[in-house]
Design a protein. Structure first.
Length: 271
């Protein structure tokens, strides 16, 4: 099975698996491809790429991706944004952790797999599910810990085996001639030679200042939601400044402060 984030790396991984499959390596056809929907928090550019990805999978004879979501039990939210608003907090990455990915991406995938008949059969005979993950071979992704195998999963990193860094991943996707985004800031949609944008929530603490500027220009309503999230959590932020955690020479620690300082929005409370 494939963990599909609909970003550059995971799309490049599917491109390479499809090439091997079409070359006769039948084992490279995934039995399932899972996409974890974090609840209307993906960038609009990622949402637009949704059908491109599905059409590509259909065209190469792969199964379409299966959407999985966090299912609440005793709480009033079913997505990360509402979780932060209700609890007056920020995504865990702002505090140096990655619990939001575990809760809203990894756990829903694992929960779905537990009821998936092929997985249940393979576990029943003491074997493991092979889960392909799209970490590339670039310096940033190589710093990501390799997830250790367990009794249920063997984790496979095809891009690392290939030695593909992000630039190579982009080049290989473009070779497929798919619709997608292009330009230095991936702001232009083209019908051939396009790529997906980096998959992340529109309020992700890993966003760069220029990405926040672009987001507010194209989707001011999402910039306003960033401001609301930070303002709502400010009384509990005793150890960090905001989504960016700490200030640097290039920006403040608060994304909302950056938005206000640069007059990226208009309206009450945003300029």
């Amino acid at each position: 099975m494939v963990a599909f984030g609909m970003g550059v790396d995971s799309m490049a991984m599917l491109v390479e698996l499809s090439r091997r499959y079409r070359a006769g390596v039948k084992a490279c056809r995934p039995d399932a491809i899972l996409f974890a929907d974090v609840g209307k928090s993906e960038k609009p550019a990622t949402d637009r790429y949704w059908e491109v990805a599905q059409a590509f999978l259909r065209g190469v004879g792969f199964p379409e991706f299966q959407v999985v979501r966090y299912q609440p039990v005793h709480v009033k939210y079913d997505n990360l944004y509402d979780n932060c608003i209700i609890n007056k907090t920020l995504p865990s990455l702002a505090f140096g952790y990655k619990k939001c990915s575990l809760k809203f991406k990894v756990q829903p995938q694992n929960k779905w797999t537990k009821s998936w008949p092929p997985a249940r059969r393979i576990w029943g005979v003491g074997d493991t599910v092979i889960k392909a993950i799209g970490y590339d071979a670039g310096p940033k992704d190589m710093r990501r810990c390799k997830i250790l195998d367990d009794k249920e999963y063997h984790y496979w990193y095809p891009l690392r085996e290939l030695g593909w860094e992000r630039a190579r991943c982009l080049a290989e996707i473009r070779k497929e001639g798919l619709p997608g985004w292009t330009g230095e800031d991936y702001s232009e949609w083209v019908e051939t030679g396009g790529v997906p944008v980096k998959s992340a929530c529109y309020y992700c603490p890993s966003m760069k200042p220029h990405e926040v500027v672009r987001l507010c220009e194209a989707h001011p309503e999402l910039g306003e939601k960033i401001v609301r999230m930070e303002d709502n959590a400010r009384e509990n932020n005793t150890t960090i400044e905001g989504l960016w955690r700490r200030a640097t020479k290039a920006r403040p620690g608060s994304m909302a402060t950056f938005i206000r300082q640069n007059s990226l929005l208009t309206g009450d409370g945003s300029t």
